[in-house]
Design a protein around this ligand. Structure first.
Ligand code: CO
Length: 254
């Protein structure tokens, strides 16, 4: 039912500032930018392999995104799955008694979209999107030097959250070596569910993992831009103050 992680939404204070990191330093191509008055934001979609990153700047402090920014600061805000028919998906979810924010689909940056209530998805704000026909054809668009690998979600009970996500979205569980963590596959990406104690007590979206096609070039770009990060073998973790509030892991390999 869910084809892929369509995008991950990140709330930022100003798009122009966030572009310096996401477009100039990381090199993600800008695919679309528009004002969405019904959501109270100016939003941009940047390419990240099979998925996209959506940056959201509130147009006014009283909007949902404006209140999020005031309360939590910049950072990960929502997760969007692509589904072939958002209207049909809503009908199926409603039949299961799932709490929805949008009873019917509306127009968004990704196509026809709708939001589920975070209470229905273990504290994660989930958006569903059906892109317009032909939106997958990105011929002539610049390739993205990074691709989305997985999204980390902190939860009180990873097994229970895994059951909820499997039941709502039909996501298969990927094999893990036992332990408290669980992983769900979505297209070429994945959701990693970890106990909240491993995520500093946070429930909901906690971190984003990307793979760099040219790790050496990325490291050089980080040096030029003075990006604060922790270095591991084959992976860097960008300090959230450099990445607009996002715990960002970037690895050399899958
Ligand atoms: Co979105």
């Amino acid at each position: 039912m869910m084809r892929r992680i369509h995008h991950v939404g990140i709330v930022v204070t100003r798009l122009a500032d966030a572009y310096r990191f996401y477009r100039e330093t990381l090199g993600l191509p800008l695919w679309k930018e528009a004002e969405l008055p019904d959501q109270g934001v100016r939003a941009a979609l940047l390419g990240a392999g099979d998925s996209e990153i959506e940056l959201l700047e509130p147009l006014d402090p009283s909007s949902g995104v404006g209140r999020f920014l005031a309360k939590r600061g910049e950072g990960l805000h929502h997760l969007c799955f692509e589904t072939p028919d958002v209207g049909e998906a809503l009908t199926a979810l409603r039949a299961k008694g799932v709490e929805l924010i949008d009873a019917t689909p509306r127009d968004g940056l990704a196509g026809r979209i709708a939001f589920l209530h975070p209470r229905a998805c273990a504290g994660v704000l989930v958006e569903l999107a059906t892109p317009p026909d032909g939106a997958d054809a990105r011929q002539g668009e610049p390739a993205s030097p990074l691709r989305l690998k997985r999204l980390v979600i902190g939860t009180r009970d990873p097994r229970e959250t895994s059951r909820v996500f499997q039941s709502l979205f039909g996501l298969p569980e990927a094999k893990m070596n036992g332990g408290a963590r669980t992983m769900l596959a979505v297209g070429r990406g994945a959701l990693l569910l970890v106990p909240r104690e491993e995520a500093g007590g946070t429930e909901g979206l906690v971190a984003l993992s990307l793979v760099a096609l040219d790790f050496a070039a990325l490291t050089a770009a980080f040096d030029r831009a003075g990006i604060q990060r922790l270095r591991g073998t084959g992976e860097v973790t960008v300090e959230p103050r450099s990445s607009h509030g996002v715990h960002l892991h970037i690895s050399r390999f899958d």
